[in-house]
Design a protein. Structure first.
Lengths: 153, 153, 153
């Protein structure tokens, strides 16, 4: 409980290692969204800026292509949830939580956010698939932030 | 000044504790924006994806509902300002700042961003309420980032 | 390689100092995007909320002003790339990378993202200027996240 943060930011700490692993997986997943958006842009020849319409005569500007906007919504949802998780998870490691609980929460967030992307932006799966995967990552993130707030009081 | 970062990431360091507390409060506030968006979506029966229109016959897709878009703008503004604060504040702790100044800056950012959300997305308050609350968090965040840049040179 | 994180989050560690410097520069750059958006709003008298239209009779609400939307796209692109870099770079420092490589990667990301903003939102430069500056920051960020994932395994 009253351990120094120093002793926790340590690769012998399995909780920290698990946090690093799942965070870097989610970083990679999130960065891939840019490529997925680009892929949809080239596939549909639909761009956001005049200077991007240079490859074919069919290139056009539009902001309502459903395939592109779907990927962009999934990407924004990542920013709303994965970026806060990076902070919440890091702080949570510093509260010296139970290793079993913490490692499983990190796994849950990691797997849930990967599933969220798949059912949102890769193959559209009917609800409540996206809702469940959203809350399976959202609730643990809220829990971690709450634990940190209580701990820091 | 030349203290090791190690000695600062420590729960005996009141500056670090204050940073952790206000960051976790802002994490929770920011995560709540997703629920507020969802609330507005169900209340106005307006969704962003076809697969979300499953509850009532009146469910529709639209991207211009003023209640929803207002919450989404507030949420995006959080991402533009609170997420950089997490990083700026953390680095700033590592520069071993005056405790009195640092703790009050963290409080200011925390309170200002809560007020920003209230006057933007909960009860719309005429300007300059939102402008003041915006800059009351923006200027301290810029100050912290500047201190870090100077310190790291 | 197996060094404690503790020994790396240290101002004697040139890699950490370089990370702090470039991250704080990018923080400042990114925060400036809000001011640039505001500037475009006042210049074009185009706002996002009714309560913001208070200065002149010509103030209007619109979400399709090309000057404003261009800055907002550049700002969103920053959130999609610079915010993940803060996390990826921090973790990467903890993997105790080669100083020469790490410091040059941080420089590359920092300079590339500054150029990205200039060619996107200040003076529009034909492609592939923006594409090159995007990938010059994107690829190093992916590389860092990959290194962390491998390290944490």
């Amino acid at each position: 409980m009253a351990k120094d943060a120093l002793d926790l930011l340590n690769f012998k700490n399995e909780v920290f290692k698990s946090y690093l692993f799942w965070s870097s997986v989610l970083l990679l997943k999130m960065l891939l969204m840019s490529l997925l958006t680009g892929l949809q842009r080239f596939r549909t020849q639909t761009f956001a800026n005049p200077e991007d319409c240079i490859l074919t005569k069919k290139d056009k500007i539009a902001y309502d292509n459903p395939h592109i906007e779907r990927v962009r919504r999934a990407h924004r949802n990542d920013m709303e949830n994965i970026l806060p998780f990076f902070t919440a998870g890091f702080f949570y490691v510093l509260t010296n939580p139970s290793a079993l609980l913490a490692i499983n929460l990190f796994r849950l967030v990691g797997v849930a956010r990967i599933i969220h992307t798949i059912v949102y932006a890769v193959v559209v799966v009917p609800q409540p698939a996206r809702g469940i995967s959203f809350f399976a990552a959202f609730i643990p993130t809220v829990y971690m932030a709450l634990q940190v707030a209580i701990f820091a009081l």
